[in-house]
Design a binder for this molecule. Structure first.
Ligand SMILES: C[S@@+](CC[C@H](N)C(=O)[O-])C[C@H]1O[C@@H](n2cnc3c(N)ncnc32)[C@H](O)[C@@H]1O
Length: 285
């Protein structure tokens, strides 16, 4: 306990210094630290949210590609909580993440589930170009781009990976999420800056948030059509999310979680900007 506290204080101090020298390296170091300690395949609450993502992803894949197996790229795949179930459905999946511990666990879970996935260690900002263009029917990136300063550039790179008619799924932080989170924590001026002055970055540029209209423009400029939005976690969240004040999935039993799940799907359709994430899909022209 004491060791953890000292370790986290030392980390935060050293990252503040690194941030002065190289903000991008400090950002990557902070993201890797979280991903190396938080296994999204094992967290009960994350399982609830991955089931929501998979519900939308599978439904849309079926709508666009029917029942055929497709080639999917999972950008910032973490421990593989989406890659693995999609491979279990018969799709050919490649996952990239820049946290070695996450890729190591993803490979372990891949073996346990007896599927074959190409998990590679790589930085979405530097290594996507090496993969080539028009390689995939579908590209997915959940809960990653809000950590990347030049998120527009990464969206362009992801678009390049897709064949025409291909399907993209990305989840981003809705602007409203941080407006409310800052307000709850008493930072009214920050909250006002985000809402009224349309500030995009928080925590000195480490994280970003966008409104649905801003996302729509980016998606259109990147060449997507049939753009759709779903809210992920409108009345449920994990610790730190404003939505956790309503409900935390793991606090409920299976039957209750099934009810919450149904409510989330309804609210996600109707209030996409009110979630922990806004999940966007589109078809490349
Ligand atoms: C919140 S996790 C989401 C993981 C996975 N997409 C999911 O939904 O389970 C964010 C992941 O993004 C990865 N990540 C962040 N920035 C990255 C970058 N520039 N290149 C590759 N991976 C990155 C982190 O290592 C982490 O595994």
């Amino acid at each position: 306990m004491l060791y953890d506290l000292i370790d986290s204080k030392l980390f935060s101090l050293s990252n503040k210094i690194l941030k002065l020298l190289s903000p991008n390296m400090a950002r990557a170091r902070a993201a890797r630290r979280v991903a190396s300690r938080y296994d999204m395949m094992r967290e009960a609450d994350e399982d609830f949210f991955s089931r929501i993502y998979l519900y939308h992803i599978k439904k849309k894949i079926k709508e666009v590609f029917g029942n055929r197996a497709i080639h999917i790229f999972d950008a910032g795949c973490g421990q593989g909580r989406l890659s693995i179930p999609l491979a279990m459905d018969g799709h050919k999946v490649m996952g990239m993440d820049f946290t070695p511990e996450a890729i190591k666990l993803a490979k372990k879970y891949e073996k346990e589930k007896n599927v074959e996935i190409e998990f590679i260690l790589g930085d979405l900002e530097k290594d996507i170009n090496k993969i080539g263009s028009s390689k995939f029917h579908c590209v997915i990136s959940t809960e990653v781009l809000y950590m990347i300063k030049d998120y527009k550039n990464v969206i362009n790179k992801l678009t390049f990976l897709l064949e025409p008619g291909g399907l993209i799924f990305i989840s981003l932080r809705p602007r409203l999420y941080y407006v409310i989170q800052k307000l709850i924590n008493g930072y009214i001026s920050d909250s006002h800056d985000l809402l009224i002055n349309k500030k995009t970055y928080i925590n000195d540029g480490f994280l970003n948030c966008l409104s649905k209209d801003e996302i729509e423009k980016i998606m259109q400029t990147s060449g997507f059509t049939q753009i759709e939005y779903k809210g992920i976690g409108v009345i449920t969240g994990i610790m730190g999310d404003p939505q956790s004040l309503f409900a935390i999935p793991s606090a409920f039993d299976k039957k209750q979680q099934a009810l919450l799940f149904e409510m989330e799907l309804y609210l996600g359709d109707n209030y996409p900007e009110n979630g922990r994430y806004i999940f966007v899909s589109g078809i490349k022209k």
